[in-house]
Design a protein around this ligand. Structure first.
Ligand SMILES: NC(=O)c1ccc[n+]([C@@H]2O[C@H](COP(=O)([O-])OP(=O)(O)OC[C@H]3O[C@@H](n4cnc5c(N)ncnc54)[C@H](O)[C@@H]3O)[C@@H](O)[C@H]2O)c1
Length: 353
């Protein structure tokens, strides 16, 4: 009889719970183990998802020979050491965003996974949403023509996260602020729809203007970032992201973070597509026609992502969110911070990826 894959989840906060739910929704794998340091969270998770084994420290779970693959849902500074240790222990990895704190770390993980023949997958469930899948389908059918520009936006007016112990606002533990937390999602959405072209240069500025809005011991990261990225195929992206800002009334109230807008618009020579609400803006005989689009199905993005990760381990699919792309993503973020620090445009070298 074919044995199901056995998965361990490291960190039992909101993302850990989403991945456990996704695991349960499919039938390729079982939840073998969970590790969570914080007792109340651990108890809640165990009650909800009943893993076979429980550990309070993630390193103990990595020593469990019954675990084939892990999902890393720990604070950002643990993504690199936990993923590396998991790969060294022979386990496939699905890691929450950001994949690491910088491009150099991600390159090490890419090489380690390749050397060991293990699947590395970074979590970007937004690539699997109904609107995203429909937009990607239109683009692959050439409905947009040549893509030359994309707008990538995720802004909040009052949405500074803290996490357990305030790690989101401390550079040493987060790697950055709004950019590495929200901007990475917005940038990836646009970049993915564009077909992940190779980035060549970045001009950017990041800002810290709103730390007074939260009570946290350390706040040394940006609360907003604005960037302009050029790609090898001459296309460009404009990225806007913020945890906090005095946003205008064009942006509606969101779900607990003040005004909030998370959207992607891809401009092509034949048509433009916008994700929310999903609409095609198309030239028809010289006239611009707006067409509301309907996603084909409402399948859950975490469930589809987990299925792709597990199918990749089984050798039945290519991982959609792969290590090579994670290196580029982290290099784009590195270049945004460097451009902001130096006040100059920063080239991104064409390495060996
Ligand atoms: N994909 C998404 O949409 C999404 C959404 C939210 C967060 N995230 C990412 O998920 C990660 C976790 O975010 P969060 O909001 O749950 O943070 P969090 O601080 O609320 O949760 C992290 C959990 O890890 C646990 N932990 C820390 N050290 C540990 C250790 N040594 N062993 C075992 N457990 C340990 C903590 O107790 C905590 O419960 C972050 O990297 C974040 O960027 C992704």
């Amino acid at each position: 009889m074919h044995q199901k894959l056995r998965v361990g989840i490291l960190g039992a906060g909101w993302p850990g719970q989403q991945h456990a739910r996704a695991l349960r929704a499919g039938n390729r794998a079982i939840l073998q183990a969970c590790s969570e340091k914080e007792p109340e969270r651990a108890a809640e998770f165990v009650k909800m998802f009943a893993p076979q084994n429980f550990y309070s420290e993630y390193a103990e779970l990595l020593g469990d020979p019954q675990v084939d693959a892990v999902v890393v849902c720990l604070p950002n500074f643990l993504h690199f050491p936990a993923t590396l240790a998991a790969l060294e222990a022979g386990k496939h990895v699905l890691c929450e965003k950001p994949p690491t704190m910088n491009g150099a770390e991600m390159k090490v993980l890419q090489e380690e996974a390749e050397k060991r023949g293990l699947v590395y997958f970074f979590s970007r469930q937004f690539r699997f949403t109904p609107a995203m899948r429909r937009a990607r389908e239109l683009i692959t059918q050439d409905a947009l023509g040549t893509i030359y520009f994309a707008e990538a936006v995720w802004v909040r007016s009052r949405g500074i996260p803290l996490g357990i112990g305030g790690w989101f606002t401390e550079k040493k533990r987060s790697g950055g602020g709004a950019l590495i937390d929200l901007g990475i999602h917005a940038l990836d959405a646009a970049w993915f729809l564009m077909g992940t072209p190779r980035p060549v240069s970045v001009t950017a500025s990041v800002f810290q203007n709103f730390k007074h809005l939260v009570q946290t011991p350390i706040f040394d990261v940006e609360d907003a970032a604005f960037a302009f990225i050029r790609f090898e195929n001459s296309a460009v992206v404009q990225l806007k992201t913020s945890w906090a800002g005095n946003l205008t009334d064009e942006i509606p109230e969101g779900d607990g973070f003040g005004r909030e807008l998370n959207n992607t618009t891809i401009y092509g020579t034949k048509a433009t597509v916008r994700l929310r609400p999903l609409t095609l803006f198309q030239d028809k005989a010289g006239k611009l026609v707006d067409t509301p689009l309907h996603p084909k199905d409402e399948a859950d993005s975490f469930v589809l992502q987990m299925d792709n990760f597990l199918a990749a381990i089984e050798g039945k699919a290519e991982p959609l969110n792969n290590a090579r792309q994670a290196v580029y993503l982290m290099e784009m973020l590195d270049a945004i911070y460097l451009s902001s620090n130096t006040g100059r445009e920063v080239p991104i070298a064409d390495g060996t990826r």
